[in-house]
Unconditional design. Structure first.
Length: 364
C-alpha cells in the first residue's frame, strides 16, 4: 500500500472583488494570519473548499491570474457558469471581507521559465486566466518573443484586455492579438479587437513567424481540439504544445494521423515472465478490464498508462485534487509522484498522480 499526507486548507480573506467582464470576476486573496504566501509558478491553480451546500464543502480549482512576483496575495478569476455551483456561490455570496478556505498552489501546466524559445499563448474564453499569469512572467524575459492570441465572443465577455495591452505597450517583445467571433455594438476594431471571426490557419500564418516556439493552449474543449489540430498541421511539434482543461477532457490528439504503435504490445507478456517477474519494471493488472501490461516509466502516472492500454478511467483534474480517478488497489504498492490534496481511504488510490513500485492490481 502507500502512505500520503493530505494538505490542510488555510484561511484567506477576500480583499477585493473586481468584475473583469460580464462573465468573469476576480477575487484577490490575502492570508488571514498575515504570514507569507507560498510561491507559485505561472499557470498553477488554487483549490478552494466552498461552504456552498449544507453537506460537504464543494472543492473547486481556479487558475491564479496574477504574475508570480505579486506580493502577499493571489488573484483568481472565475467565470460564472450557468449551472456552476462553485462559480455561482463565489459570484453571488462571496464579498470583500469574506473568508475562504484555500489550499496551496498546485498544477503541472506551467511556463518553462528556464527556456529561451519563443512562446505562443493561445486561449479561448476563460482559458486566458493562466495565460495572463504567464504573460506577466514573460514580460521580464526580453530575450523571448511572445505572441498572446485570445479568442472570445465580443468585448462584453473579454476580460483583462486593458491589462494585457498595457503589458504589450511596455514591453516590445510582447505581441498581442484579440479575435472576436461576433463583435458587439460598440466594439471597435483596432481599439478593442484585432480581427473578426475565428482563429484559423490564415490568421496564425499571418501572425506567427516560422520558428521553433513553445505553445501553451487553454480554453473550451472544442476550441482546444481545433487549435491543436491546426497547430500540428502548421508543423508545430506535438511535444511543443502544453495544454490544460478546465474540468473533464480527453487528451488532445491529431485526428488525421494514426497514433504511434508501441514497440511491444501491452499484452505481449509470457506466462513464465508474469510468474517469475524478472523484468525491471512492475506488472500492472487492471482486473475489471482483464488487462495486464508491464509498467513503462515513460508515462507520468498510472492514469496515462491505463489510457495507453485502451482504458478510459474517470478523471478530471489529473493532478491529485478532485479524487475522480480514485479506485481500489487490490494488491501491490504504489508511490505518489505528487501528494494528493486529500488522502483516499485505506485500500484506495488516485491513479492520476501515482506510479507502481511493485507488481500491482487495480480494480479498473
Amino acid at each position: 500500500m502507500i502512505a500520503s499526507n493530505a494538505t490542510t486548507a488555510r484561511e484567506y480573506r477576500v480583499t477585493a472583488k473586481v468584475e473583469e467582464s460580464e462573465l468573469i470576476t476576480s477575487f484577490y486573496l490575502q492570508p488571514v494570519d498575515a504570514a507569507a504566501i507560498p510561491p507559485f509558478l505561472p499557470g498553477q491553480f488554487l483549490t478552494l473548499d466552498l461552504d456552498a451546500t449544507e453537506q460537504a464543502p464543494l472543492r473547486r480549482t481556479y487558475s491564479i491570474s496574477c504574475g508570480p512576483k505579486t506580493k502577499g496575495q493571489y488573484r483568481i478569476s472565475v467565470k460564472r457558469e450557468p449551472h456552476g455551483a462553485g462559480s455561482g456561490f463565489l459570484h453571488r455570496e462571496v464579498k470583500e471581507g469574506s473568508i475562504l478556505a484555500v489550499h496551496d498552489p498546485k498544477g503541472h501546466f506551467v511556463l518553462a521559465e528556464a527556456s529561451s524559445r519563443p512562446v505562443l499563448l493561445l486561449s479561448g474564453g476563460v482559458g486566458l486566466t493562466p495565460m495572463v499569469s504567464m504573460l506577466h512572467a514573460l514580460s521580464e524575459q526580453p530575450s523571448r518573443k511572445v505572441w498572446f492570441i485570445h479568442a472570445c465572443d465580443n468585448g462584453k465577455v473579454h476580460a483583462f484586455g486593458n491589462e494585457v495591452r498595457s503589458l504589450a505597450n511596455r514591453f516590445a517583445h510582447l505581441n498581442t492579438h484579440f479575435c472576436y467571433r461576433a463583435p458587439a455594438e460598440g466594439d471597435t476594431i483596432g481599439r478593442d479587437f484585432d480581427s473578426e471571426g475565428l482563429v484559423n490557419r490564415a490568421l496564425l500564418q499571418r501572425l506567427l513567424p516560422l520558428d521553433d516556439y513553445e505553445v501553451y493552449l487553454c480554453g473550451p474543449t472544442p476550441f482546444m481540439q481545433a487549435m491543436y489540430e491546426l497547430l500540428c498541421n502548421l508543423g508545430v511539434s506535438e511535444s511543443s504544445i502544453s495544454y490544460e482543461f478546465f474540468g473533464d477532457g480527453e487528451p488532445l490528439q491529431r485526428s488525421s494521423i494514426d497514433l504511434p504503435q508501441q514497440a511491444e504490445p501491452p499484452l505481449a507478456i509470457t506466462a513464465a515472465d508474469a510468474a517469475l517477474g524478472t523484468s525491471k519494471t512492475p506488472l500492472v493488472t487492471f482486473s475489471s478490464s482483464k488487462v495486464t501490461a508491464r509498467w513503462d516509466p515513460a508515462y507520468a502516472s498510472l492514469l496515462e498508462f491505463a489510457e495507453a492500454q485502451g482504458l478510459a478511467p474517470d478523471f478530471s483534474c489529473r493532478s491529485g485534487v478532485c479524487n475522480t480517478c480514485e479506485c481500489e488497489l487490490s494488491a501491490g504498492e504504489l508511490t505518489y509522484s505528487e501528494e494528493p490534496l486529500c488522502e483516499p481511504a485505506a485500500g484506495r488510490v488516485l491513479i492520476c498522480c501515482s506510479i507502481p513500485t511493485s507488481d500491482i492490481t487495480l480494480n479498473l
